[in-house]
Design a protein around this ligand. Structure first.
Ligand code: SAH
Length: 373
């Protein structure tokens, strides 16, 4: 395998027009200002925020505390339609639900809601497509269409929260507890929109959804300067780093951005994140048969993580059985190799949990989201 050099574009690509401005793009203070600009009293923006983030009501007809005359103006000014579901698939007895969304300009993204016994997690997209070109990932094959707006990112979560609250998901009414930025796209490449979305997710209602920051995970290929910047934002979300290889030679192929930021620099930035936030970092490692699943690579991974006197307590490794993507040469590791990989890490004191592959039969598992429609 030869590493492909990919240009790192840290500025968003120019799209055809911008997504409509939505309440979720703005802080509560900005919403009050925007209401005044529309000639409406500021407290109306607050009422709308309560509907959107707290009561999870989206139908203007149910917003009976708003005067009928202003309702339409408020709704068109603050709650424009951001996306329409064009395909909904479910699996795992209705506890996994994948939605394909069409955005205002026709761009397609997917999100996946997964309900477990003790929590419900939504996996969301941050970009339509992705520019990181990881060869084993379905989304990586199609290139980047565009970044999503803050509201487009947040709305996927709000819709999932509503689906849980209303009992649409098998298992009866419940609460959405977790968000992972592990759908389509590289969240730290869409940095401003991602951080805006994270703020909206953790800000208390009615400013935002009021989720616990610990329950929000931002997953990245390792854009080193952006990891450091995120650490300095002061929002203690969980960081997941998609490492997939402990050595530059292999990682240059599997995660092409590695030709820009080496394994050592990337792990260093992840450790900085831990130091600044106190949050244990998750290392994602998709196990690919005879590519990155050798026992010696597990040992090397443990050594790389604990090098520089970092120790082992700052990190948690999530080996993921590879989800096989149609037409790809990468295949899933043998069971015994996956087990040995985990054992080797544990022997060196590194916490490791093999991740599950929920939703794989509807192409809803990690790395399978590609909006093939
Ligand atoms: N751009 C972000 C989010 C991507 S998806 C990132 O790279 O972290 C979330 C995780 O799924 C990443 O760790 C990604 O490497 C992993 N992934 C991609 N393709 C996969 C596949 N085919 N099987 C298993 N995991 C995969």
């Amino acid at each position: 395998m030869r590493g492909r050099a990919i240009p790192l574009v840290l500025t968003p690509p120019k799209g055809r027009g911008k997504p409509p401005r939505h309440l979720a793009d703005l802080s509560l203070a900005e919403r009050l200002e925007a209401a005044k600009e529309l000639g409406l009293p500021g407290f109306r923006a607050k009422q709308l925020s309560v509907h959107y983030f707290e009561r999870l009501v989206h139908d203007p007809a149910e917003m009976t505390d708003l005067p009928a005359k202003q309702r339409e103006e408020l709704v068109s000014g603050f709650l424009p339609e951001l996306m329409t579901p064009i395909k909904v698939q479910s699996a795992d007895k209705g506890t996994t639900v994948k939605t394909l969304w069409k955005l205002f300009d026709g761009a397609l993204v997917e999100s996946v809601l997964m309900r477990y016994k003790d929590r419900a997690t939504v996996c969301i997209s941050s970009q339509a497509g992705c520019g990181m070109a990881c060869p084993f990932c379905a989304t990586g094959q199609g290139g980047l269409t565009r970044n999503m707006s803050t509201a487009e990112i947040v709305h996927q979560v709000v819709v999932a929260a509503r689906a849980m609250a209303s009992g649409e998901v098998a298992g009866g009414p419940g609460r959405l507890s977790n968000v992972v930025f592990m759908g389509m796209g590289e969240p730290l490449h869409a940095y401003a929109a991602t951080v805006g979305a994270v703020r909206r997710l953790v800000d208390p209602a009615p400013d935002g959804l009021g989720l616990s920051a610990r329950h929000v995970t931002v997953s990245t290929v390792g854009l080193v300067p952006r990891i450091r910047q995120l650490a300095d934002e002061g929002i203690p979300v969980t960081l997941a780093l998609s490492l997939h290889a402990p050595d530059d030679e292999l990682r240059n192929d599997l995660v092409p951005i590695n030709t820009r930021f080496s394994v050592a620099e990337t792990v260093d930035a992840a450790y900085y994140y831990f130091e600044k936030t106190g949050r244990r970092v998750s290392i994602e490692y998709a196990l690919m048969r005879d590519i990155n699943d050798q026992a010696w690579r597990a040992d090397l991974l443990a050594d790389v993580l604990s090098a520089e006197g970092r120790g082992t307590g700052w990190v948690h490794v999530n080996p993921i059985p590879l989800n096989e993507v149609k037409g790809s040469k990468f295949t899933r590791s043998r069971e015994e190799d996956m087990d040995e990989f985990v054992r080797r890490l544990e022997r060196k004191g590194i916490a490791a949990t093999l991740r599950d592959t929920r939703g794989s039969e509807i192409d809803a598992a990690c790395g399978q989201l590609a909006a093939s429609e």
